[in-house]
Design a protein around this ligand. Structure first.
Ligand SMILES: [Zn+2]
Length: 494
């Protein structure tokens, strides 16, 4: 580490004056676990999460002397899919290197990664930026092995120790590095969402798995040193860590001090970053070509890879094919399962109704319950849409049916059909005679409002409609109700 030079008063006060208006510069390094069946360099299974520690291991992923890596072809193919989808230039030949460092989660003493010759470079991903559509440049995409996992035990007042689990050691990781093109925590989160969606559409990533995504963020305020925040492991964490870090750095500058170039850790539970260690220089890792693996010939290979429909294309198609709004298309295509669910619903007719109900109503109810779309029974939801479409349920009563249905899903109960829920809770639309009685009741009881109505005050009718709605618990169609009220008032008035 170089010594910190003495404060330059002029420079600092100038900077401090500008802090409020300064932009921030953010670049991300995103690590995603590829969902291959076996590890990157051995045949051990990657489905370890429900199993005891150190049960998915072999001499290779334990780094025992004499063991040799064997390349997992599927992992390279998955990585190439990602490179192609991110519009990267794929290398003629990619080469693995050893990144040397000593750490308990890395029994070999080095990590096999790509350094001088990565798989692909110079791509981009378009996101919705703070000021409209934005192209974020991708610096590089490469493959590497995941280290093991350290579990820190104990509390400050009890002896602390660390356990190590090598089940994760050797899981294929793809590292995606962006240029410092992001200007706010929100943009960083949108980029992550975009990457996640793209990788899920490609079928190479399961973003719901714990620890499947880890992010390092580089962040600086123009004119100041860059700080790296390590090991952020959730989508929400990225926005929180960056927001904290921006506030911290601006505070340092405002006090006339200098932001130190360093690595910091994000402590998710407290929502803060803490100083970790002075940043290693690249030469500390003593990279050299991995002698046990041949270079990968990938340029021709990538030509053969056919990509599935990606989020942007699907958005366009949804608008063309189903006539839905750009906002709905964006929401629906922002998550693979949501898009699939909508399409299942839309195929049964009434796509506009399906778009509103899936993108707005259902999404809102799911978020409220922190529930996943895959837990919603499609046949039930389709039936609910049918009831609304045929006007057997009012919108308001249908939301009530949906809520009861989702509550049953959450409770793990047998989920009743919407028709059954409607029947049990008497939520079906009341029509004709059934609410003529209620209308007469309301007219009889609300003499003032009736008088106002006859005196030509239109809002009195709304009041009467409201009263009837209340008594029928939202089961009446407001339009039909208004018509009946008018008729009834006309009859009684004559
Ligand atoms: Zn193994």
């Amino acid at each position: 580490m170089t010594a910190i030079s003495g404060p330059k008063a002029d420079g600092n006060s100038l900077k401090a004056a500008n802090v409020g208006r300064e932009t921030v510069i953010i670049g991300l390094e995103v690590h995603c676990q590829l969902n291959t069946a076996s590890k990157l360099f051995c045949g051990c299974s990657t489905g370890y999460r429900d199993d005891p520690p150190n049960t998915h291991v072999c001499p290779t992923c334990l780094g025992l002397p004499g063991s040799l890596p064997a390349m997992n072809r599927r992992a390279v193919e998955y990585a190439l899919r990602v490179a192609k989808a991110l519009n990267c230039q794929v290398a003629e030949e990619a080469e693995f290197a050893r990144k040397n460092y000593f750490y308990p989660d890395l029994p070999k003493g080095f990590q096999i990664t790509m350094y001088n010759r990565p798989l692909a470079e110079r791509g981009y991903l378009d996101i919705e930026g703070d000021e409209g559509e934005k192209r974020v440049r991708i610096t590089r995409v490469h493959l590497e092995e995941d280290p093991g996992r350290l579990v820190h035990m104990g509390t400050p007042d009890r002896p602390r120790y660390t356990l190590v689990d090598y089940n994760r050691s050797g899981i294929p990781l793809i590292e995606i590095v962006t240029e410092p093109d992001l200007r706010s925590p929100k943009e960083a989160r949108r980029l992550l969402n975009g990457l996640r969606t793209t990788l899920e559409y490609l079928g190479v990533f399961d973003g719901d798995q714990e620890g499947a995504l880890r992010v390092d963020a580089n962040i600086s305020i123009p004119g100041s040193e860059r700080v790296e925040v390590k090991n952020i492991s959730s989508y929400r964490g990225v926005e929180k860590a960056l927001t904290f870090e921006i506030t911290r750095q601006k505070g340092v500058i405002r006090r006339g001090l200098k932001v130190k170039r360093e690595t910091r850790h994000f402590v998710e539970a407290r929502g803060v970053t803490t100083s970790a260690r002075s940043k290693e220089q690249e030469h500390d890792y003593r990279y050299f070509t991995e002698p046990d693996l041949r270079p990968l010939q990938v340029r021709d290979w990538v030509e053969e890879i056919a990509l599935p429909e990606l989020p942007a294309a699907r958005r366009e198609r949804f608008m063309d094919q189903y006539g839905i709004s750009p906002e709905h298309a964006r929401t629906l295509c922002g998550e693979l399962r949501l898009a699939d669910f909508f399409e299942q619903m839309a195929e049964c007719g009434a796509p506009l109704l399906a778009a509103t109900w899936v993108a707005d109503t259902l999404q809102g109810e799911l978020n409220y319950r922190e529930m996943e779309i895959r837990k919603v029974p499609p046949a039930h939801f389709r039936e609910l849409l049918g009831l609304v479409d045929r006007k057997e349920l009012t919108d308001k009563a249908a939301v009530e049916v949906l809520r009861l249905m989702l509550d049953q899903c959450v409770a793990g109960e047998d989920v009743q059909t919407p028709a059954r829920i409607m029947e049990i809770n008497a939520l079906g639309k009341t029509t004709g005679d059934a609410f003529t009685g209620v209308v007469r009741e309301v007219i009889a009881e609300c003499a003032d409002a009736v008088r106002d109505y006859r005196a030509g005050r239109g809002e009195a009718l709304n009041f009467l409609v409201g009263q009837v709605m209340k008594r029928t618990r939202g089961c009446a169609d407001p339009k039909e109700l208004t018509r009946i009220l008018r008729e009834e008032l006309a009859q009684q008035g004559s």
